[in-house]
Design a protein around this ligand. Sequence first.
Ligand code: M6R
Length: 369
Amino acid sequence: EKGGYDYFMLKEIAEQPKAVADTLLGRIDVAGSLTLDEIRIPAEVLREATKVVIVACGTAFHAGLIAKYAIEHWTRIPCEVELASEFRYRDPILDERTLVIAISQSGETMDTLMAVRHAREQGARVLAICNTNGSTIPRESDAVLYTHAGPEVAVASTKAFLTQLVACYLVALYLGQVRGTQAGDEIRAVIRDLAEISTAVERVLETMEPVRELARSLAAKNTVLFLGRHVGYPVALEGALKLKELAYMHAEGFAAGELKHGPIALIDEDLPVVVVVPSPRGHSVLHDKIVSNIQEIRARGARTIVIAEEGDETVSPYADHLIRIPVTPALLQPLVATVPLQVFACELATARGNEVDQPRNLAKSVTVE
Ligand code: M6R
């Protein structure tokens, strides 16, 4: 049932182009607009929402962090993202005009479920983004947008994450469409790009052999740092989480702009530092800032592993290892940038002799608080 792969995780990584395409299927009409009738929250409620609050745990939380950039940019609705386990213990401010989005692969995560219950008690509308039909979180929410990743068996989430991102983009674009924001042209253009994005994911998967080799060469390291900016920051957090749970290595994700506020003290000879570089077209200022971060890290002797768009030559002189990803609209970059980090963590786990599908101490769904 592993379909010829050694681990479910490898199979699930390989299934990502299909999972992404399936999650888009039937949701973009021939005219290029979104039809999300399954969101049974009436359009006027969506139009009048004054705030979006996203609650989730672990990898799903990272999808939520990325969603915030998309929602605020395309809809101009303020959006907060919170770990479900923190959310309800802090007496959050919610009302009938708050749209809460609960993201959960399993639909059974207790912390997220408790956050959903709390939000509904306060009168907020709750939309679940979930991969498991008929599970508890969608049943207790006002509406659900299912991700169509298919069953995810490996404890480390991969294809569910990519489809959570797709679902988040769909919700963000749909909110923009329903509310008729100024980003209308951009929204239509991004919908077209999203419709093609599974091909880009497939292309990344075809170029992963050097990433595997690199991972094997780092098997004896103790620490790996991950840096990113904008939507690349949650990608860095996700890369670090994957490495912790699979390779049992110390790994941390940082916002690259924070480097000089502390983390740069950690940089020393031969420390592997993975840097996710934003698109030079989408974010030229951020791009240039991150290139100087890479220079600073390299000047201190660290080993730089750079994930950058095809055609971005400015990074080449400072990269000890360069991982290329296809050109995408800036906000969609996590769909391609995350994939090498999944492969990297999986290969490192294998090289260190760890159990890939069932990492120690972890359960696939955490049904206790
Ligand atoms: O089923 P959920 O999406 O609610 O699960 C949330 C987290 O427990 C989950 O993403 C966890 O962090 C994964 N093991 C990460 O790979």
